[in-house]
Design a protein around this ligand. Sequence first.
Ligand code: NAD
Length: 349
Amino acid sequence: MKTALVLGAGGFIGSHMVKRLRADGYWVRGVDLKYPEFSETEANEFVCMDLTDREVMRRVIRYGGERGNFYRSIVDKFLEPFDEIYQFAADMGGAGFIFTGDNDADIMRNSASINLNLLDEQRKFNEDKETNHTKIFYSSSACMYPEHNQLDPYNPDCSEDSAYPANPDSEYGWEKLFSERLYLSYHRNYDMPIRIARYHNIFGPESTYEGGREKAPAAICRKVINSETCNDTIEIWGDGQQTRSFLYIDECIEATRRLMESDFMGPVNIGSEEMVSINKLVDIVEAIEEKDLYRQYIEGPLGVRGRNSNNDLIREKLGWDYEMTLEEGIKKTYDWIRWQISKQIYSEV
Ligand code: NAD
């Protein structure tokens, strides 16, 4: 049986990846500061610990097999490296969390520490075991692309080779860029097998939809669902003409698994090329309930003016492309958020 370690397994993408790996027959250890919020984890073992602690990282990358679990100490010679590691752990959120500047130091320190700990502890373990077979996936982000190529909302350039000269518009993006280079360095100098994807706005059921870390699709669904309590008014940050593309979670997981199984290392975009303005995204959500809300444009953190995935490279290397339309994905997400909100209301009555 193949084994996988999923870091950030209590988060949105990590918890979906755990389900997929279990369905594919893997033995899975998940690690996170918290358990998944919206459903039970399907990991064989779930460790609630802080990955910025190097000793925690040293221990979680060692698999004890049938002899024991993370919490029972096992003689070192019986511990084995995992076949695959998926690194999703990061301080993450929508524009309201990563573009305000208020969280920059935490975002950079936390995420960089996890990546440094992982690569160096795995390198040492590989040396002890005289093996180097663990494939490591790193979830980078489209936020690492330079701001100057994303000023025109209708013609942004996010092809992989446009990354340099670097000029991300946020510290979150700079940390992703640094960590991409870190993974590439460990591959270059220690021959460690790595895979890097640059995700473009992943959305779907079981993602955060309130509390300040939610991203645009979930935030807009929530606002439309709750619009009756806001005089049928929806607040939109900026003029709503900024553009983005959004990829449904199942498609992201499929593309990531294909990347891991291929010989291609990346970095490669994983996203949708169906670019829409935020106003259009609101139209799509409103259409589900045939609502026509009054739009109030307010100041808020915006990020770049335009962004779209460019899938030329992933089509060429992996033969992968997204299939689901934005309308289909939004409908599934909307229904799930409406169900969550109705459960909340019901439990308060
Ligand atoms: P998420 O916030 O839902 O998941 C990240 C998880 O990491 C959280 O559960 C968090 O508790 C955990 N974590 C943070 N610090 C930790 C620590 N010190 N120790 C242990 N766990 C820790 O985010 P997500 O949307 O699932 O994103 C997963 C990865 O994909 C992140 O690296 C993110 O930057 C990247 N990414 C996501 C998107 C997207 O649209 N969701 C886009 C681009 C890149």
